[in-house]
Write a protein that binds this ligand. Sequence first.
Ligand code: BGC
Length: 951
Amino acid sequence: MPRQRQFIARGISLILISTFLYSTSFISLPSTLFSSSDVISSTLNHALERRQSPGSPTGTALSTGPTSPLILPSPNVTATGPWAKSIIRAKQFTSSLTLPEKINLTTGIDVNGRCVGNSGSIPRLNFAGFCLEDSPLGVRLTDYNSAFPAGINAAMSWDKDLILQRGQAMGAEHRGKGVNVQLGPMMNLGRDAAAGRNWEGFGADPFLAGVASALTIQGIQSQGVIACAKHYIGNEQEHFRSGSGGGENSVSYSSDIDDRTLHEVYAWPFAESIKAGVGSVMCAYNRINGTYACENSKIINGIAKEELDFKGFLLSDWAALESGAASALAGTDMNQPGFIGYGIGPQNEPNPSTANNSFWGEALAQMVANGTVPEWRVDDMVVRIMSAYYEMGQDKDYPAVNFNQLGPTQPGNEHVNVQGNHSILIREIGAKSTVLLKNLNGTLPLNEKKLPRNIAIFGSDAGPNPDGPNGCGDRGCDQGTLAMGWGSGTANFPYLIDPLSAIANWVHENSPDTMIEYVTNDYNYNQVTSLATQADLCMVFANADSGEGYITVDGNAGDRNNLTLWHSGDTLVTTASSHCPNTIVVLHTVGPVILEKWIESENVTAVLFAGLPGQESGNSIVDVLSGAVNPSARLPFTIAESAFDYSANVVYSNPTNEIIIHIPYDEALEIDYRHFDANGIVPRFEFGFGLSYTTFAYSGMSITKASTFGKRYEPHYIFERDAGDSTTTSWVTTTETTTITGSSTPSSALSTASVSLAPPKPSPSSASSSSSSTTSASSSSISTNSSSSAPISSSSTNSSTILSSSLPPTPTSAPVNASLSISGTGPAVTPTGGIGGPTSLYDTAFTISFTIHNTGSFDGDEVAQLYVGFPDGSGEPPKVLRGFENVWVGKGGRCNVQIVLRNKDISVWDVVKQAWVILSGRFTFFVGASSRDIRMSQSVTVTKLVTLEGP
Ligand code: BGC
């Protein structure tokens, strides 16, 4: 039976089941209902908006939008693949637990534990349970930890080694503090340039975010810490996100995303994370196609657990659950922090299995007892949680929690120093993530032997926060230099080197007689004018901040209200530069800002875009100014000439008082540069842009087809759906019929290349013919295991907690109630592919080779980028990033570069086949230094469509 029809059939049966559940469950009725139908969910969830703060709008209009199909039952994890041994151990362990013990592992103890999230414990086994702690840039809410560059800076580096090392170092620090699960990386995309949490993630391109996510996860997990890929999915703005804050309103929006866009854009980084072996995924606050993320069986059961064969556990964002049975049956495995909502009912229940302030907890036991939730579902939750635990080796010598998230001065904080020598790495990433946007006449680097006699530095962003680096809780203010945004994605600074003192020290060391004056009052234009008039060199620092919606800063409720610089930064730049013909601008911003008021001014001689560099900010910027580091960073998003040029924007208001705000992702595949390219919009600085102190020439492009191109696995893969469905589907082996023919295209001809600007079509395969296939294959281009010589340290602790964070190797006690143990009664749903999808997706299709020649007078790194142009009629944007390499080339030297394209990288998602396909037609591979600085291209023609399906 075609999958689409099966979804419908299963959906109908589940509506019947849910109707039955409605009438039989004795826990609160709405919480046990499925809300897959937007009408049903709108009505009930409206009734259920329990977590809203008093006075917040509840909505009156019943909005319409797409519905999310039901995909049930939830697949049990299968003991296959690299995790097989851990899964078997987890199954054995789970079978020894009582139901209350199992529930304690699935439900949190609210917010008064030592970590921001804590599962219940198992005293019988002396097991303390799980500690879950933010953030994606360091250990949050403690001391003697590092404050790493934000995720957006990791992406800006386009440096795979540094991204991996950052993950390793963060993992080591979380381990040293006794954290079992690091709540990161965050991999939502920058659909809306102003969205508050974009800086926590890796930019506006799914491929770049996928690489950065996978490497970060590999780094974190190499230290034995379970990483958490968040927020699954479509959590692309803060306004109306609901949950534990979401700006001034609390109506949970629905990201309405078509199936193809979901797969090709928003799910892509999560798929790469699962391929990389991530142990946990966090479902988001928002809805997707009308259904809350944590009860959306399509995205959890369907995509994560079936299509991608995710072996780990799905945990809720904090108080993101809106229901009991629906979330459990949709595939959510852990409820954090446990309670129904902030400020609702008791906020500290140490034993979840008896807690009645939760959608799960005691209610889950009741749902099992009355048959609403089968016990095999609870078993599978625990098996998945424990599989990740065993797979990371946390059963051996894992440190106990040694801090207290309530604050560094709270009881239980042992002040364990986990920083190691990570400051070296932080400084390096800070410098290597600073994008050089403009550099007239070699203004930079500054010659330390001939520094100017009079330097003036302007802007509060240059100096310290008068209240100290941690003076505002969760960094919820914009005072002093900006080195991270605000919200849960933060960490306390151990110290923060501000640019003003770092630059002053450096200048003074090299030129003791130079005058260095400054104005850190952003609005004292008279003094700025006075100093600028006298100075030989001016530096203006300005910023733009954003964060999570539970904090509002200067009227910005998480999301930025606009894309301008804060504190009238534009006026500061124009005031200084109008009197100072040599003005360098340094920007610390959370994302794109509009630069039009001054970017073309001849007096603005250089511009550095430094993002959020973390604790070594000042030292990093000195390294770039001085030339100790030759800039190689690139923009992971587009900087537009106008905020209106982007294809999407934050929805800030709800004028018609909708119950659910539907946000249609009408731009589909065309976010960020894809939209600019498709619509001929000229950006100020394009995606992938960044200058260097040297110059690079590209030559000698060639394409090699791999033997694994377009291959899938045979023979006769049997496709099982669910218990009772006897339908099997098999495919007949055919001989490979795919051929390629090559042709070179001079880059000058690119503007006339024929590419389709059409929106994605429902069935990209409809115009194409049959599939081809043969036998097996192997390698993957980015999912290699981590190993690095990074200077990473971890520390252990001498905690005196009563319960241990490590389990005894074999549980000693018999289960209290053997009838509640795993009994093989779970669903017979077989994942449709391997981990991350069909294995063949990750096999090599083509290798693109070329040479880079450093033609300038500085050694440096070059970020070579590979974009793919799909065949006419594919519905794809003109070109999409599908590979990059960051290579060092000495001045005058040459470097041979190879970029591997996997089958996945040249595939599109066929919504009818529910499979990835390589279309037939002409593909063009563009090699260049940015998305618009294309230096070479070549084309290949694929003569037969290939469907990449199978294990
Ligand atoms: C955020 C998550 C975070 C959690 C715990 C939520 O508000 O969305 O990213 O991990 O809180 O602090």
